[in-house]
Design a protein. Structure first.
Length: 112
């Protein structure tokens, strides 16, 4: 009791060692891809790739419509694989449908 109440969270065993690796998998793969491009094609290749990624991630449509960044998937090579995120939690299968006109009125502050 000298240091306060005992916290159970600090006594719970740590996460599995592979969990951190899996969380950082995409970043590690991107870094390896950049290093490979730098070694094969020169310094301009990773810079060009980073510029393309930045341009593709900045392009956004209306916020109430389902967002799918196909360009980023193509740049990352995710267009060639099928993962859980491709068919689970699909916005078009959601029961929460939003009226486009209502959202735009709210966004433009046209509510009367």
């Amino acid at each position: 009791m000298r240091f306060g109440m005992r916290q159970i969270a600090s006594e719970v065993s740590a996460k599995h060692p592979l969990e951190n690796r899996l969380a950082e998998w995409d970043d590690t793969q991107l870094e390896l891809k950049m290093n490979l491009a730098r070694n094969m094609y020169g310094m301009h290749a990773p810079i060009k790739f980073a510029m393309e990624r930045k341009l593709v991630t900045q392009a956004r449509g209306l916020s109430m419509l389902p967002q799918s960044n196909v360009g980023l998937d193509i740049l990352d090579g995710k267009d060639e694989t099928i993962d859980f995120e491709d068919f689970l939690n699909v916005p078009s299968m959601s029961t929460d449908m939003v009226d486009v006109h209502t959202v735009m009125e709210h966004k433009l502050k046209l509510n009367v």
